[in-house]
Design a binder for this molecule. Structure first.
Ligand code: ATP
Length: 242
């Protein structure tokens, strides 16, 4: 479904992503892991085009998307979350969910014009994620974990077929972590293809069908969780990085 081919992103002399290639098969949960600074977030940024790749190609369902603007990529069915919530100032949770989706994830100072259909859809998603009771609270009053769920609802507003989750469990408490795992599983069971960057190895091993391991901007291993767990190159990369 998603093909990343020889992707490169250089910042001056820093080769953040350096010839990275991998595929994400439809219907899978695929994890992108690697030690700090491996290039995972930069790869995510290039795929969703929040950063411009230096070179390489990204294909979604047979169409090349690395030349498209981010909102066009969203329209083609690929959406992403960010490590840090993009809660919009002075807006309720409901307004945030609708506004973030209307502007393709980019901050806008205007409050959204919310149609009844959008309100229904956003409320349905908040309900699915178990946070409809806080729909009318100010988004900035939410806990860190609730913001993650709010961002997930915003992401789903565009009816994506593939979602990129950047550290969905980062910094959340263990109870909420289990909740988030449950939501990711449920979305996948409903047919969603998911690419996930996450440092929590336990979560990755439990959740993923396939794992792609990056180090120093390149893919150094790919396989099932069982294969990755036993791969000496992966162990080396992690030990070398600490
Ligand atoms: P982490 O797990 O710590 O989030 P990561 O695998 O997501 O790391 P990136 O954040 O993609 O790694 O960073 C890869 C490399 O690129 C690092 O050396 C980082 O310092 C560098 N880098 C990332 N963004 C920039 C930037 N805007 N300017 C310069 N260097 C950058």
């Amino acid at each position: 479904m998603l093909q990343v081919k020889e992707l490169c992103k250089y910042f001056g002399g820093i080769k953040a992503v350096d010839g990275c290639s991998f595929n994400v098969e439809r219907g899978t949960i695929t994890a992108l892991i690697g030690p700090n600074g491996a290039g995972k977030t930069t790869a995510f940024n290039c795929i969703s085009r929040t950063a411009q790749p230096t070179s390489g190609e990204v294909w979604l369902d047979g169409e090349r998307i690395d030349q498209l603007r981010p909102h066009k990529i969203t329209r083609r069915g690929l959406s992403r979350t960010f490590q840090i919530s993009r809660n919009l100032a002075d807006m309720t949770v409901l307004e945030n969910v609708i506004c973030q989706s209307q502007i393709g994830g980019w901050r806008d100072l205007l409050k959204p014009a919310m149609s009844p259909e959008e309100i229904d859809k956003a409320m349905h998603l908040l309900d699915f994620l178990g946070i409809s009771r806080i729909a009318h609270e100010d988004g900035s009053n939410l806990s860190y974990g609730q913001k993650k769920l709010m961002d997930l609802a915003a992401l789903l507003m565009s009816d994506p077929k593939i979602i990129l989750l950047d550290e969905p469990a980062g910094g959340v408490n263990p109870t909420l972590l289990e909740e988030i795992v449950g939501h990711i599983r449920k979305l996948n069971e409903q047919g969603m293809t998911i690419l996930i960057v996450e440092h929590n190895m336990n979560l990755i091993m439990r959740l993923s069908h396939r794992i792609v391991v990056m180090a120093q901007g390149r893919v150094i291993a790919e396989g099932t969780p069982a294969e990755i767990r036993e791969n000496p190159a992966v162990l080396d990369a992690y030990l070398g990085g600490t």
